[in-house]
Write a protein that binds this ligand. Structure first.
Ligand code: KG4
Ligand code: ZN
Length: 343
């Protein structure tokens, strides 16, 4: 029997963050994330190391989430867990743990699509904070390490894919280019920080021209690679001396590509409710540029708080909340799906 004010536990383990959150009736009680530093030296996530780190982090993360929320496990009404997409080994850890917890405590389990959860992060309420969520239907630009998508969101469950990247994701471009520059993983936050000190027009990188509302970010990665090889031949200190200008110019180009298609999609769908989700939505210049566009095009724009942009258990819990109220729960036979496609 669904309760109208359910307490939902959300477990996220699709990539390199183990994150567990508890929500009561859409309101956040706790959100605990154990990030994995082990990948930094490799310049990207090493799947086997990620699974092992999830295994050692998951129990302490759960205990802290319950303690911070002041909730006992037997008060939880449903356990929501990321079913996919993501790294299979990492998903297996989260789903297996959720199943064990569900069986031992006789709690229903709900499998969640990670990309849908990034969008529903806009509906997380917080105690003593204003709640301002996008109004349906809205467009959501979801930009993360694995995806770049424009989605038309008709309601909590009905979402249409309008456009997406045909190769690398925007976050992946940030991460791969930052690796070429010798910056630690994940590179997005480092490029964001250094770009503030540089000239975004100093270097010109190609803008991809994909049909309709689709993206391509592999071209800029290759262009930056050849550009750096050429410059380094003439000046071995080129990266060291020019890193701020390179970061500013790369960031400028990626944001320009993201916003060109978002503007086009907003015009074509006649939408002025615009939301941004995913790890790249933390980017300060992307937020600035979207604010400029909102003023120009009369958009109402929505950015989740930073802790709800990068991977987090709260977005899994909020997606679970709506599915639970809709009586859409899974059985203990739930299996992870690394290539899960909701859209
Ligand atoms: O959503 P997320 O935490 O994980 C995935 O589902 O992929 O996104 C991670 C991505 C990484 O590529 C990271 O470099 C990027 O988000 N990111 C940023 C910033 N903070 C995180 N990219 C640009 N600027 C940032 N400030
Ligand atoms: Zn994500």
């Amino acid at each position: 029997m669904s309760k109208t004010e359910p307490i939902i536990l959300g477990i996220e383990s699709s990539c390199d963050d183990t994150s567990i959150a508890i929500l009561k009736n859409q309101t956040l009680l706790s959100n605990v994330t154990a990030s994995q530093k082990v990948h930094e030296e490799f310049g990207g996530v090493v799947p086997e190391l990620a699974s092992r780190a999830h295994q050692s982090n998951i129990v302490p993360t759960l205990n802290k989430a319950l303690k911070d929320a002041n909730v006992a496990i037997n008060e939880i009404d449903a356990i929501a867990v990321t079913k996919g997409p993501g790294l299979l080994g990492s998903l297996v850890v989260g789903v297996s743990f959720a199943k064990g917890l569900a069986m031992a405590n006789n709690i229903p389990i709900i499998g969640i699509d990670h990309m849908q959860a990034h969008i529903l992060a806009h509906f997380i309420k917080q105690p003593n904070k204003d709640f301002n969520a996008p109004k349906f239907p809205f467009l959501c630009l979801t930009v993360s390490g694995g995806h770049s998508q424009i989605i038309k969101v008709n309601n909590y469950f009905e979402m249409e894919l309008i456009g997406q990247t045909k190769d690398d994701a925007a976050g992946e471009a940030f991460d791969k280019i930052s690796k070429m520059l010798g910056l630690p993983y994940p590179g997005g936050p480092h490029i964001d920080r250094l770009a503030k000190l540089g000239d975004p027009k100093k270097y010109v990188f190609p803008i991809s021209n994909m049909p309709a509302y689709n993206y391509s970010f592999s071209g800029i990665k290759t262009a930056v690679m050849y550009f750096l090889q050429k410059q380094l031949k003439n000046d071995p200190n080129f990266i060291k001396n020019e890193i701020n200008n390179i970061c500013a110019s790369v960031q400028f180009t990626i944001i320009k590509m993201l916003l060109q298609k978002l503007k086009k999609a907003a015009r074509a769908t006649n939408t002025n409710e615009i939301a941004i989700s995913g790890g790249v939505a933390v980017n300060s210049e992307l937020r600035n540029q979207i604010r400029v566009l909102s003023a120009k095009h009369n958009w109402n724009t929505y950015f989740p708080e930073m802790q709800f942009c990068t991977d987090n258990g709260a977005m899994i819990a909020i997606a679970g909340h709506f599915k639970y109220l809709n009586k859409n729960v899974d059985t203990i036979n739930l299996v992870p799906d690394a290539r899960l496609k909701f859209f």
